[in-house]
Design a protein around this ligand. Structure first.
Ligand code: DCP
Ligand code: MG
Length: 242
């Protein structure tokens, strides 16, 4: 199997341990290398839960999640983490230098790779302006940087690992619209062959995706491009107008 980052969900259902009601029901879609797939839906729709199944934070109750054609349950954790990077909804920075935080998934990364990742993540200026640059100290939980800076550092951290698949869980929400657009343009140029799955609330963040999945109550109720969904999906229209 070529390890290109091909993602497929096949009739996936999922319930949290101990809960009865399923959080995800019969989810099927594919995301190909070079593509961006966006997931949109109201709070509690199951977006974060869906992403969590790929790096196996949880396993599907039924159906299959496949990475490059192989069920993730049959892969070693290291094979998954080498290919998949997730930027969580509440990105976490730990106590230590910026450099230390950026190298977390790839200790051997060069300084050049760190700066390259920071540049794409639109965080290079902010790090350069700090007196100690890459050596600047981050407080536990990243409490001494802004929410948007924290998001960008966590995006840079994911870029440093050069994954085949990026999972962004609402990773652009704390950025202003212009920074969001610049970041995603740079990301697209840098990761043209990667598979990108974006959970987003803002229409501008997801409108240029190759495919948008509209999630409602754990089900994909509609799918298509932004233009198609504007025509066909009342759920999507409601989200756009809200
Ligand atoms: N849930 C749960 N146990 C968890 C996490 C979530 O029981 N550890 C429930 C809460 C929701 C449902 O699962 O009813 C879906 O939660 P998600 O976090 O997947 O929902 P979203 O990511 O779509 O919501 P948001 O937009 O608020 O992030
Ligand atoms: Mg979520």
């Amino acid at each position: 199997v070529k390890k290109t980052g091909h993602v497929e969900f096949r009739n996936v259902s999922f319930a949290y341990p101990g809960a009865e009601a399923p959080v995800l029901s019969d989810i099927s879609f594919t995301a190909e290398p070079g593509q961006t797939v966006a997931i949109i839906g109201s709070t509690g729709a199951g977006k974060t839960s869906l992403l969590a199944l790929l790096p196996r934070l949880y396993d599907a109750a039924s159906g299959e999640v496949l990475l490059d054609g192989v069920p993730v349950t049959k892969l070693d954790r290291s094979e998954i983490t080498q290919r998949v990077a997730m930027v969580p909804q509440r990105p976490y920075l730990f106590s230590g230098s910026i450099e230390h935080n950026l190298r977390f998934g790839r200790p051997e990364a060069t300084d050049e790779q760190l700066w390259d990742a920071l540049t794409v993540a639109q965080a290079a200026d902010f790090v350069r302006e700090k007196k100690n640059g890459l050596g600047s100290r981050i407080a536990q939980g990243g409490t001494n940087v802004s929410g948007g800076q924290r998001q960008r550092l966590c995006i840079a951290r994911a870029l440093v690992t050069e994954p085949k698949v990026f999972l962004f869980d609402d990773s652009f929400s704390a950025l202003d619209v212009a920074t969001d657009a610049r970041l995603r343009r740079a990301l697209k140029a840098k990761t043209a062959d990667a598979t990108v799955i974006i959970v987003g609330q803002r229409v501008s963040t997801i409108a240029d995706a190759d495919q948008i999945l509209v999630l409602d109550n754990g089900r994909i109720v509609d799918r298509g491009t932004h233009e198609e969904l504007l025509e066909t999906s009342s759920t999507y229209q409601e989200i756009v107008e809200s």
